[in-house]
Design a binder for this molecule. Structure first.
Ligand code: SF4
Length: 338
């Protein structure tokens, strides 16, 4: 058996199978493990997000380690340019906790490590010759696994290409390791113009005093915070949980931005919720929450079709698929699972 940081034991044999097959390591912060009421992923919504289950070993034919098609849009070794006006920089492959539902399995935790100076220069050269890009997402992995100084030098280099860039830091740190949210981090981020932070909170129990304090530091430094949640079976797929999550986020100063339909990532079918259920949940939430607290329910169309709002892009439901209209009007099929 292997221990979690808070002393709970995990099935070593399962880990030996899960880590190489999914290529997503096991890892959890002591803080986040401590939020779980039990170590049983079938009984606790926090444990379910970090404890591997045998279901991860099952990969369906239409699933992939790169379900949203990052690799198709890689323009340099670390820069993904999918949408015309924005690009995503893979700053680092490490996370403070590895989410078992992670969709970026082709990269996260694979040992690629921190972006090198050469990779940053390669990305900057592409950006310099692509003026249509106005917004940069720093992601990974978690960019806040870098030190403040490392991250500051990456942001400063990007701002040298164009001081007008809007920059989003995509991180789970306020949720899984709020002690990473420090005064010095907040003042460094707040020292740049047009900085945003996008976090990933899925359950109201993740909104703790430490979470609120971490968020407060960055919002007071002038960095607005948005949340992207993922609709996850057995974790937040009921209206009371989602209402508490979104209300709690707004109270903490975080705008619920997206609620994502689960991507078709290999070994994550046990997390996915049928799209009909997601639509029904949004309908119920609309009767309970203000516009401020309501996110957009969105799906990343398989194979790099792009992100679309589920409710307005769904054209029809067929026996085996949901058919969506992609951003350019082309039809995309998302499998209808049992
Ligand atoms: S923090 Fe993000 S990148 Fe890291 S494992 Fe979780 S979902 Fe994946």
């Amino acid at each position: 058996m292997r221990d979690t940081p808070d002393g709970r034991q995990l099935d070593e044999e399962l880990l030996r199978g899960v880590e190489p097959l999914t290529r997503l390591p096991f890892g959890v912060s002591r803080y986040y493990a401590g939020l779980a009421a039990s170590g049983d992923p079938n009984a606790d919504p926090i444990a379910a997000q970090f404890v591997p289950r045998p279901e991860e070993l099952v990969s369906l034919p239409y699933e992939s380690s790169d379900p949203i098609g990052d690799k198709r849009f890689l323009v340099t070794s670390r820069l993904v340019h999918h949408y015309r006006d924005r690009a995503l920089l893979l700053v680092n492959d490490r996370c403070a906790t590895y989410c078992r539902h992670c969709f970026r399995r082709h990269f996260t935790g694979h040992g690629g490590g921190r972006l090198t100076d050469e990779q940053l220069e390669e990305a900057c050269a592409y950006l310099a010759r692509t003026p249509a890009i106005r917004e940069l997402l720093l992601s990974g992995g978690d960019p806040l696994m870098l030190s403040d100084q490392e991250l500051e030098s990456v942001i400063a280099r990007l701002k040298k290409v164009d001081p007008g860039y809007i920059i989003r830091i995509c991180t789970r740190m306020p949720v899984v390791l709020p002690s990473r949210m420090t005064d010095s981090l907040a003042s460094m981020l707040g020292g740049f113009d047009s900085m945003w932070m996008v976090i990933h909170t899925n359950h109201p129990r993740e909104i703790t005093d430490d979470f609120r304090a971490g968020v407060r530091l960055v919002t007071r430094a002038g960095v607005p915070v948005l949340n992207q949640a993922v609709l996850l079976r057995g974790i937040n797929d009921d209206v009371d949980t989602l209402e508490a999550l979104f209300r709690g986020l707004v109270r903490a100063g975080v705008k619920p931005y997206y609620l994502f339909q689960g991507d078709l990532a290999a070994g994550t079918a046990h997390f996915r919720v049928p799209i009909e259920r997601g639509i029904e949940l949004m309908r119920e939430l609309r009767g309970r929450l203000s516009g401020l607290a309501l996110p957009t329910y969105a799906v990343d169309l398989p194979g790099g079709g792009g992100k679309v709002p589920v409710e307005s892009a769904l054209l029809r439901t067929e026996p085996d698929a949901y058919v969506f209209s992609g951003p350019d009007g082309v039809e995309f099929r998302y499998p209808r699972e049992a």
